[in-house]
Design a protein around this ligand. Structure first.
Ligand code: HEC
Length: 143
């Protein structure tokens, strides 16, 4: 499968930020968590595009960040609150187990790939797998 990195970044959901106007602190915290994940994915994505120099340590740091933030997703989404402008879908709270599984899938993927990236050629398949894990959750639980 061949995807352009730009497409993968969009699939990962790193293109849209909808914070404006949200005041609820729990909602802001969960959005900030997602933004931090997106920032870490961007580090890998821009490197995969050749826009930044290959740096295996920076990739590992980004993967650690994704692992840690993904681990926080289930707790961050414990309370059902969907203010206007939130993109969270109510089905999250009908399927908390599956939602948690999808968060853990991303957490595990990131953890397993730490130390695995040896060369720039490894970045593209990594991006495809990460984008797949984001999309698996967003396609069901994000507007
Ligand atoms: C387990 C589910 C799940 C996974 C996995 C997940 N997300 Fe999300 N994401 C959500 C939900 C739900 C929202 C909507 C939150 C809201 O608007 O309250 C969201 C929102 C976002 C947002 C918008 C945040 C904002 O400021 O409005 C970005 C960016 C994002 N995700 C990026 C990612 C990236 C990148 C990945 C993969 C590396 C990822 N997400 C993985 C569930 C997930």
């Amino acid at each position: 499968m061949k995807y352009r990195i730009a497409t993968l970044l969009i699939a990962a959901g790193t293109a849209a930020f909808a914070h404006t106007g949200i005041k609820n602190e729990e909602v802001l915290a969960r959005m900030d968590g997602m933004s931090a994940i997106a920032d870490a994915v961007k580090v890998i994505g821009t490197m995969a595009k050749g826009e930044t120099a290959f740096d295996a340590e920076a990739v590992d740091a980004a993967l650690s960040e994704i692992e840690a933030r993904a681990g926080e997703i289930p707790v961050r989404f414990e309370t059902e609150i969907i203010p206007e402008k939130s993109e969270a879908l109510p089905v999250i709270w009908d399927n908390t187990e599956d939602f948690g599984d999808k968060a853990r899938a991303l957490e595990t993927l990131a953890a397993e790939r730490i130390g695995s990236v040896q060369a720039a050629d490894d970045l593209r398949p990594l991006m495809a797998d990460i984008a797949g894990a984001c999309k698996a959750c967003h396609s069901e639980y994000r507007e």
